[in-house]
Ligand binder design. Structure first.
Ligand code: F6P
Length: 385
């Protein structure tokens, strides 16, 4: 029988299926299926030996916060890997808000357990078919308690939230009222989480932004202009710096570094003297010096030598076909989350660091700001000469 696990049998078991008979007796435990939820684990008291038992769990999966390309691939992976391990997977729509409204994904034949075919062809699609939300109600203690009660009522043993720091803050809060297992997957275009080299959606967002800057460069060259292109990243300059290097931008403004307008104008004059006829400046939306529009006005006041225009890429970066990198990371993360739950982990996010799977406790993923590697910033400066 595949996916059997060695578990220590103590107390009473809650059998949900047995090859020999149902309900099973201790002597049947080598082939019995048991439901495990940490608040409802109970094994037969008179059975203390190590037995092979297939652990069957009801695992909820949902996407929360800003959608990110690759979330669908991640959900698909949890469903396929979960079913392969004998679990039931329940899709929760619209994140924490959907959980509070008991908005479960229902298959065409009216079942709340997702099937292998439910997720057919999900890998290549952007957005999230489970939908997403930012729930105000779940931020309150009353909302978190209500969510815990709903999870208990629907006999959910474990949860896989796919999202960013807000989602994992929510998971920590929920764990105060619910003792099921929670293992998260890193789904955000911002790449601002510790505990993983990259987050699901980042690769696609950067790819979209680079393609946009390439196109804008055509116009910038034709009109000998400077463009300030604003990319997403409220608190993080990751998208901005990767886009700047990928698109060969001359300058980049990030929340992590001081934006010195006088210095930028001086650099722009030097670039013009060296024969540059167009300039691309990538601005992270959360730059401490202001938005791209605000920076444009400050540059003009300081004597910017180029005619300037502003382009805000905005939510364009959140949609679209996921890159192969995002599909791979999403598929691995979903699979790893199922395996981590099976191994008893909880309160952690799975991530990939240096090609290796690792688990990071939720607070460790968001407690400190993830710094931008200094060599990337130097690279922007060096390559723009
Ligand atoms: O967290 C992802 C992100 O796209 C940020 O880069 C951006 O600041 C924010 O979400 C925008 O959120 P919303 O779509 O709710 O306006």
């Amino acid at each position: 029988m595949p996916n059997l696990q060695q578990v220590s049998i103590r107390g009473k078991a809650t059998p949900v299926g047995c090859r020999a008979r149902n309900p099973c007796s201790p002597e049947d435990l080598d082939i019995c299926l048991v439901r495990r939820g940490r608040w409802r684990v109970s094994f037969f008291e008179d059975h203390t030996a190590q037995d092979q038992v297939r652990i069957v769990m009801r695992i909820g999966v949902f996407c929360s916060g800003g959608d990110a390309p690759g979330m669908n691939a991640c959900v698909r992976a949890t469903v396929r890997a979960g079913i392969a391990d004998g679990h039931q997977i329940v899709g929760i729509r619209r994140g924490y808000q959907g959980l509070l409204e008991e908005d479960f994904y229902v298959t065409r034949d009216g079942r709340t357990e997702m099937t292998l075919r439910t997720v057919s062809d999900w890998t290549r699609h952007g957005g999230t078919f489970l939908r997403s939300s930012r729930s105000e109600m779940f931020r309150t203690s009353a909302g978190q308690q209500q969510a815990a009660e709903i999870l208990k009522r629907h006999e959910i043993d474990a949860l896989i939230p796919i999202g960013g720091d807000g989602t994992f803050h929510g998971a920590v809060a929920l764990a105060q009222f619910w003792d099921g297992q929670i293992v998260g997957c890193p789904g955000t275009i911002d790449n601002d989480l510790q505990g993983t080299d990259f987050t699901i959606g980042f690769s696609t967002a950067v790819s979209t932004a680079v393609e946009a800057v390439d196109k804008i460069r055509d116009t910038a060259e034709s009109h000998e202009r400077m463009f300030l292109v604003e990319v997403m990243g409220r608190h993080s300059g990751y998208i901005a710096v990767h886009t700047a290097i990928g698109a060969g931008a001359e300058t980049v403004c990030l929340p992590e570094t001081e934006t010195d307008i006088a210095q930028i104008v001086e650099n722009l004059r030097a670039l013009q003297q060296r024969g540059k006829s167009s300039v691309m400046m990538v601005v992270a939306e959360g730059d401490e010096g202001g938005s791209a529009a605000a920076l444009q006005s400050r540059l003009m006041d300081a004597g910017c030598p180029f005619s300037t225009r502003v382009v805000i890429l905005g939510h364009l970066q959140r949609g679209g076909t996921p890159t192969p990198e995002d599909r791979l990371l999403a598929s691995q993360s979903g699979h790893w989350a199922i395996r981590a739950i099976g191994a008893g982990s909880s309160g952690v996010m799975v991530g990939r660091v240096g090609g290796e799977l690792c688990e990071t406790p939720f607070p460790g993923t968001f407690a400190s700001h993830r710094p931008i590697p200094a060599d990337l910033l130097e690279l922007v400066a060096t390559l723009s000469l």
